[in-house]
Design a protein around this ligand. Structure first.
Ligand code: ATP
Ligand code: MG
Ligand code: MG
Length: 554
C-alpha cells in the first residue's frame, strides 16, 4: 500500500515531537455542545481527533461543551455517546465543561483581582455600539475602571442571583482598540436564570465559550486543541485567557484550525437540523434523509464507510464543498464487499410459465455475494408463477432492450431461460400477466449445454407463492438546491424537496422473512437496502440506502 502523506496537523505534531515535546503528553479532545445530534461534519472532527489519538497512542477526551443551559439536554448527551461508539471510537475520559464551573469562577475572581476583568452594567445594545468597527477603535465602557472591590461585590451578587438577566456581565479587560474585534473586552460571564441539565440551579451565571474552552483544555492538559476555521480569530483570545492562568510546569494547549466539512444538497448547522425536526419536516433526528450520524445509520450507512469518507476528504486549511456523491461512493464501495445479494421486486408484474408443472417447487442455489466467497449460498424457491419488475418487460422491444419482450429470451437469475409468448391486460390496457415458456435444460449451474447458453439479459424475480410483502421507503435528496442555506433572499426551508420520501409495497424473497433492523442487503439490480427500525416480524420495512450507480449526476 501507498505511504500516505501527513496532513498539516500531523506535520505540526511531528515537528513538536522533533523539538522535544514528549509523546506521552499528547492529548486530544472532541468537544461537542449537547444541543443537537451529531452530523456528518462532526464525523470529520471525530475522525481527525480520534485518528490522532490512535496514530500517536494518545488519549482523546469526550468533553461536552455545556455552558449554555438554554439549549442543552441529556437526550443529546446520550445520542452523542451512542453515535461516537457506533463510529468505532473510544474516548479516554467523559468530561463536562460544567464540571469546571467552580474553577472557572475562581479564575474569574483572580482576573478581577489582577485588574483583568470588570463588571459592566450597560445594556447589550450600548456595549455593541461602543465596540467600534475594525477600522475604528471602540469606546471604553463607563464601568471599565470600577474598583476591584466593587467588581468583586457585583460579580458575587451576579453569582448569588441578586440580578436580573441582562443587567450585568463580566468582561475581560483587554484592548478596546484591538484590530481583532474579539479582543475588545469580550464578555466572560452573563446572568442566566436557567436550570442546567447537570448543575441544576446551582448557578445563575454561565461562562462564555471563549473563556471556557481554552481553560477547559488547560485543565484537561490537552496538547492540541483542534477546531474549525471560523475560530481563527478566537485564537488570540484563547491564548490571552491562558496567559492569565498558565503554570509553566504544565502543558500549554494550542489551538489549531482546519476546514470544516461542507456537503452539497444539505444543511449542517444543528440549529437548522433542529428546525427540521421541530417543524416535523422530517421524522426526527434519525430520519434517514438527515445528514446526522443517526440518520445515516438508520438509512443503512456503515460506520466504516463514514470513516473512509472522512479519510478520503482529508484535512485541509481551506474551505471547500464536498459532493454528496463522494459519501455515497464510499458507502457503495463498502456495501459491495459486505452486503448479501438477495432478490426483491418493487414494482411487480406477474409471470406464468405455461410449460412448468403445476404445484412444483424447486429450491435453487443462489450465491450470497460474489465479492466474498465465505458468504456461501442460500436456497431460493422457484415455481410456475413469479414476479418481475414491470419495467423489465415490453411487448415490443426497442433496439438494445436487453430485458424481456414477446418472442425474446432472458435468463432468470439463478434459474432458467424464459421466452415471452403473450400477455393479458385489464380494461385500461395495463398488463396483468405475462405468459412465458422456459427452456427445461437451462438451469443455471447445472452444467448442461443449455445452462451455458448466452442470452442478452438477466432478470431478478420472486416466486409468487413464496413472496414476502414488504414496505419499502425510497429516498431522494432532502433539498433541491445545492446550497440551500446560501441564499440571501430565501430561507433554506424554501428548498425542501417535496418528493424526498416515497413509500411503496414490494415483494422480497422468503430468506428475508427473519431479517432484523439494521441488516443490510443488495437487492439485485436495484440497490442497497437495510431493515428499518420500524420493521417487525409481521411487517417488514426496508430503507433504500443507495442505488447501485451514482444517481447524482444530472
Ligand atoms: P453546528 O454549527 O452544526 O452547531 P458546532 O461547531 O456548533 O456545529 P459543536 O458541537 O460545537 O457544534 O462541534 C463539536 C466539534 O465538531 C467542534 O470542534 C467543531 O469544530 C466540530 N465540527 C462541527 N461541525 C463541523 C463540520 N461541519 N466539519 C468539521 N468539524 C465540525
Ligand atoms: Mg460549538
Ligand atoms: Mg453550534
Amino acid at each position: 500500500t501507498e505511504e500516505k502523506s501527513l496532513h498539516f496537523i500531523e506535520q505540526i505534531i511531528e515537528e513538536n515531537l522533533a523539538n522535544g515535546f514528549p509523546q506521552n503528553k499528547l492529548r486530544f479532545r472532541f468537544p461537542p455542545e449537547p444541543n443537537g445530534y451529531l452530523h456528518i461534519g462532526h464525523a470529520k472532527s471525530i475522525c481527525l481527533n480520534f485518528g490522532l489519538g490512535l496514530k500517536y497512542n494518545a488519549p482523546v477526551n469526550l468533553r461536552f461543551d455545556d455552558t449554555n443551559p438554554a439549549k442543552e439536554e441529556q437526550e443529546y448527551v446520550d445520542a452523542i455517546k451512542e453515535d461516537l461508539q457506533w463510529l468505532g471510537f473510544q474516548w479516554d475520559k467523559e468530561l463536562y465543561a460544567s464540571d469546571y464551573f467552580q474553577q472557572l469562577y475562581d479564575w474569574a475572581i483572580l482576573l478581577i483581582n489582577n485588574g483583568k476583568a470588570y463588571v459592566d452594567s450597560q445594556s447589550s445594545e450600548a456595549m455593541a455600539e461602543q465596540k467600534g468597527t475594525p477600522s475604528q477603535a471602540g469606546v471604553d465602557s463607563p464601568y471599565r475602571n470600577r474598583s476591584v472591590e466593587e467588581n468583586l461585590a457585583l460579580f458575587e451578587g451576579m453569582k448569588n442571583g441578586d440580578f436580573e438577566e441582562g443587567t450585568h456581565v463580566l468582561r475581560a479587560k483587554i484592548d478596546m482598540a484591538s484590530s481583532n474585534m474579539l479582543m475588545r473586552d469580550p464578555i466572560m460571564y452573563r446572568v442566566l436564570h436557567k436550570e442546567h441539565h447537570r448543575t441544576g440551579n446551582d448557578w445563575c451565571i454561565y461562562p462564555m465559550y471563549d473563556y471556557t474552552h481554552g481553560e477547559s483544555d488547560y485543565l484537561e492538559q490537552i496538547s492540541h486543541s483542534i477546531c474549525t476555521l471560523e475560530f481563527v480569530m478566537h485564537r488570540e483570545l484563547y491564548d490571552w485567557f491562558l496567559d492569565q492562568i498558565y503554570d509553566t510546569n504544565k502543558v500549554r494547549p494550542h489551538q489549531y484550525e482546519f476546514a470544516r466539512l461542507n456537503l452539497n444538497y444539505t444543511v449542517m448547522s444543528k440549529r437548522k437540523l433542529l428546525q427540521l425536526v421541530q417543524e416535523n419536516i422530517v421524522n426526527g433526528w434519525d430520519d434517514p434523509r438527515m445528514p446526522t450520524i443517526s440518520g445515516l445509520r438508520r438509512r443503512g450507512y456503515t460506520s466504516a464507510s463514514i470513516r473512509k469518507f472522512c479519510e478520503n476528504i482529508g484535512v485541509a486549511k481551506r474551505e471547500n464543498i464536498i459532493d454528496y456523491s463522494l459519501l455515497e461512493f464510499c458507502l457503495r464501495d463498502d456495501l459491495n464487499k459486505t452486503a448479501p445479494r438477495v432478490m426483491a421486486v418493487l414494482d411487480p408484474v406477474k409471470v406464468v410459465i405455461t410449460n412448468y408443472p403445476d404445484g412444483k417447487v424447486e429450491l435453487l442455489d443462489a450465491e450470497n455475494n460474489q465479492e466474498d466467497e465465505s458468504a456461501g449460498f442460500r436456497k431460493v424457491p422457484f415455481s410456475k408463477e413469479f414476479y418481475i419488475e414491470r419495467e423489465d418487460f415490453l411487448e415490443v422491444a426497442p433496439a438494445k432492450f436487453f430485458r424481456l419482450s414477446i418472442g425474446n429470451e432472458v435468463r432468470l437469475k439463478n434459474a432458467y431461460i424464459i421466452k415471452a409468448e403473450s400477455v393479458s391486460k385489464d380494461e385500461n390496457g395495463t398488463i396483468t400477466e405475462i405468459q412465458v415458456t422456459y427452456d427445461t435444460d437451462s438451469l443455471s449451474g447445472s452444467g448442461s449445454e443449455a445452462s451455458k447458453r448466452k442470452v442478452a439479459g438477466t432478470l431478478h424475480w420472486v416466486s409468487v407463492q413464496h413472496a414476502v410483502e414488504a414496505e419499502v421507503r425510497l429516498y431522494d435528496r432532502l433539498f433541491i438546491d445545492e446550497a440551500p442555506d446560501s441564499h440571501k433572499e430565501k430561507n433554506f426551508l424554501d428548498f425542501m424537496n417535496p418528493n424526498s420520501l416515497s413509500i411503496i409495497k414490494g415483494f422480497v424473497e422468503p430468506s428475508l422473512e427473519t431479517a432484523a433492523p439494521g441488516d443490510k442487503f443488495q437487492f439485485q439490480r436495484l440497490g442497497y437496502f437495510n431493515v428499518d427500525k420500524d420493521s417487525t416480524a409481521s411487517k417488514l420495512v426496508f430503507n433504500k440506502t443507495v442505488g447501485l450507480k451514482d444517481a447524482w449526476e444530472e
